[in-house]
Every structure is written in structure tokens, then in C-alpha cells.
Design a binder for this molecule. Structure first.
Ligand SMILES: NC(=O)c1ccc[n+]([C@@H]2O[C@H](COP(=O)([O-])OP(=O)(O)OC[C@H]3O[C@@H](n4cnc5c(N)ncnc54)[C@H](O)[C@@H]3O)[C@@H](O)[C@H]2O)c1
Length: 375
């Protein structure tokens, strides 16, 4: 690594499952895209690379990435699909996979995911399933993918029945985060990523939550130092949680705070709500549910709501969301245990509720959810 211009050390994620998943590094550095070739060549060696990206991201960043790979002597080809959550499907998985097969991509190849969470999840699932699994390097380009989805090895596809219902765990070989790429990300997408960063603070680190709130202007101004700090702390938190429970059988469930409501909202909105926007509504709603149950300190939901508004995130439910359809979507949630809907809640800002014994989740009745969300 000596000839690189890297200033900071990488974060290392240690998956703890018994499969062949190995520890991997997450590098966070402005300007990293131009150096992607040497990092990928070392941490994710392959004879050939399939760069998977969406139509919007590839327009801006495929050329510089392919140039960076070529300058490191790596052979690569671009495979793209139309941007948008509604394309994170088995149909698009099949189209892209067929493209790889037609191009003669073999087991000695690796995938590079260049894009937001949709690209990361889809390309990750392709990597998990292609020829029974090939390596993948993640280059997240949205804030949400940088602070959250590129790390942890969850891959998946949406189905008409709900979000992420088909998927696999497949850890990346390396993650390269270049915060400069966020300069072209629209503000509402940046805000959507902030909701996951705020969640990280809410579940484990009140100081980080407060610091993020205080630095919102710098973050929206794309200040490089503020973005590096934000991404680094979020990944530290996520990596720590994932290292304790790679396959989400216990502690990792705390990352689902806000997400039980969010996934149902996303599904019923026909993906009109961005994932991060749905998470924002989910964060305050699940805090309010916690207050109703006496699990969460009083006033927490209001405080969260104020910060979400400052972070330019929605907190109101769209009046067109139908109660019945919402509960139908909720009933298909993966986090159910038998007939029970399980929620990961917080006891106060920076502290998750529950314990190992409770599986870090609690049962919440639909009546309580209805009262909080629909009045
Ligand atoms: N695997 C996980 O652990 C995990 C965690 C959280 C979320 N997710 C998933 O992530 C997805 C949401 O990710 P997302 O918010 O990144 O959505 P996305 O991938 O759709 O990206 C949002 C939009 O921004 C564009 N874009 C991305 N980077 C850009 C850039 N630098 N400049 C300009 N435009 C850019 C994309 O083309 C897209 O149109 C959801 O499907 C969610 O389920 C997965």
C-alpha cells in the first residue's frame, strides 16, 4: 500500500459467520475513485471484472472507473441497468446475469458494484449467485450506500409481496468510499442517506447523533472532512454490530430500528417514497411506539422528529397511504416470529432497548401501530 496517497487507515469488518467470509477493509478517502484499480487489484484479485452500475451513476462515473482500472492493468467491462428501486427485481437480476453469461464472464471474474444501495444489493445478489458465488468489490456512490448498505454483506431483491424478500448474505472483498462522488448526488438523496446515519447515532451513540445534527450545513455543503467523519463513524457502528452477529440472529436486529414501519411504507407507496425517507418516518414512528409502550423515554420521538425536519426529511405520512394495505405489507415483514410483528426499539437517544434474551426486539400490536401512525 506504500505507493498510494492514502491518508487514513481503513476500517476492517470482521464477519463472524462460519462460512468462508473473510475480514475486509473499508477505505474512506476523497479522490479514491481514481485509485480504485490498485486497491481492487490487491484486495479483490480476478482475471476480469464486471462493473455493474445503473443508468444514472454510470453516465457520470463508469468512464473514470474504467480508466482507473485500465491504468492498473485490470480488464473490465460495464453492465448497466435502468436506475430506480423498482428495478431491484428478479427480472433485472436475470437480465444482467444473462448479459454476464453472454459475455463469457467466468468464475475467475469479480464484480464491482458502482452505485447506490440498489446497485449494491442487486450486484451483491448477482455475485452471491453467479456460478455459486464470485467476489465483489463495492464502490458506493450515494450517502445511503456509503454509510450503510455497502457494508455488512446483505444483498437482496424486492418482490411484489415486499422489500428484500429474496436475497443472500455475501460479504464484499473490499469497499471503497470516495465522498467526492456525493457532489453529484441530489440533496433529497443525500438527506435519505442521512436518515440511516442518524439511526446509527440513535441506536448506539448519542454524541454522534448530536454531532450529525450540528453539522448538517457542512454535510449539505459537501464538506469533505464532515462527510469523511460521518461515513467513518457510521461504518464503525455498523461494522461493530455486524461483527457481533453477521447473520442477524440477535444483536444485528438493532439496525432495524425504524425499518419495520419503513419497509411497509416503501412497499405501499409503490416506491414513491425513497428508502431513506421511509426510514425517517419509521424512526420517529417507532420512537413514538416505544413511548406508548413505556419502553422509550418521553419526548424522544419529538426530538427525533425535529432533527429529521432539520435534515430535510419527511416525517408526515402521505394521506394517500391506505391503512389496510399498510398492515397487509406489514404482515409480510421478514422480522416476524410466527404471528408476532417484532420491532427493534430504543430506550433513549443513543441506547437500544431490549436484551440478548428478548432478541433485541419486542412484540408490538397492530393497534398500537395504528394509533401512532393513523391516529
Ligand atoms: N444491504 C443493506 O444492508 C441495505 C441497507 C440499507 C438500504 N439498503 C437498500 O438500499 C437501497 C436504497 O439505496 P439508495 O438510496 O442509494 O438508492 P439508489 O441506489 O436508487 O440511489 C438513489 C438514486 O441516486 C442516484 N445516484 C447514486 N449515486 C449518485 C451520485 N453520486 N451522483 C448522482 N446520482 C447518484 C441513483 O442512480 C439513483 O437514481 C434500497 O433498496 C434499500 O433496501 C440495503
Amino acid at each position: 500500500m506504500s505507493q498510494r496517497s492514502g491518508k487514513s487507515d481503513p476500517l476492517t469488518v470482521y464477519p463472524t459467520d462460519s462460512s468462508d467470509a473473510r475480514p475486509y477493509d473499508v477505505w474512506i478517502q476523497p479522490g479514491l475513485l481514481a485509485e480504485a484499480g490498485s486497491f481492487i487489484g490487491e484486495a479483490c484479485p480476478a482475471h476480469r471484472y464486471a462493473v455493474i452500475s445503473d443508468s444514472q451513476v454510470s453516465d457520470v462515473y463508469a468512464k473514470p472507473l474504467l480508466a482507473a482500472l485500465a491504468s492498473a492493468g485490470l480488464e473490465a467491462e460495464l453492465f448497466k441497468f435502468a436506475a430506480g428501486e423498482w428495478n431491484k427485481t428478479r427480472e433485472v437480476w436475470s437480465e444482467v446475469t444473462n448479459g454476464l453469461l453472454r459475455a463469457g464472464v467466468g468464475r475467475d471474474a469479480a464484480i464491482i458494484a458502482l452505485g447506490g444501495g440498489v446497485v449494491g444489493d442487486l450486484a451483491g445478489f448477482i455475485a452471491a449467485t453467479y456460478m455459486r458465488g464470485i467476489r465483489i468489490a463495492q464502490i458506493p456512490t450515494s450517502l445511503l450506500a456509503m454509510v450503510d448498505s455497502s457494508v455488512g454483506g446483505k444483498t437482496g431483491l424486492d418482490t411484489p409481496a415486499g422489500k428484500n424478500l429474496v436475497g443472500a448474505f455475501h460479504q464484499p472483498s473490499v469497499v471503497l468510499v470516495d465522498p467526492m462522488l456525493l457532489r453529484t448526488l441530489p440533496n433529497h438523496q443525500l438527506a435519505a442517506g442521512l436518515s440511516e446515519a442518524l439511526k446509527h447515532g440513535l441506536i448506539t451513540d448519542a454524541e454522534y447523533f448530536g454531532q450529525t445534527r450540528d453539522q448538517l450545513d457542512l454535510i449539505f455543503g459537501r464538506d469533505s472532512d464532515a462527510l469523511c467523519r460521518l461515513v467513518r463513524r457510521s461504518i464503525e457502528i455498523k461494522a461493530d454490530v455486524v461483527s457481533q452477529d453477521t447473520h442477524e440472529v440477535g444483536y444485528r436486529r438493532i439496525l432495524n430500528f425504524g425499518h419495520t414501519i419503513a419497509h411497509a411504507l416503501e412497499t405501499v407507496s409503490g416506491y414513491g417514497l425513497l428508502h431513506g425517507e421511509a426510514v425517517a418516518i419509521g424512526l420517529w414512528a417507532e420512537a413514538a411506539i416505544g413511548e406508548t409502550l413505556g419502553v422509550t423515554a418521553e419526548g424522544t420521538a419529538e426530538e427525533i422528529r425535529d432533527v429529521l425536519v432539520e435534515a430535510r426529511l419527511p416525517v408526515e405520512l402521505d394521506s394517500e397511504i391506505e391503512t389496510e394495505k399498510f398492515f397487509e405489507a406489514l404482515s409480510r415483514d421478514k422480522k416476524r416470529l410466527g404471528d408476532e410483528a417484532r420491532y427493534s426499539l430504543i430506550s433513549e437517544i443513543g441506547r437500544v432497548a431490549g436484551s440478548r434474551e428478548s432478541g433485541w426486539t419486542q412484540e408490538v400490536s397492530n393497534e398500537t401501530v395504528q394509533e401512532v401512525l393513523f391516529g
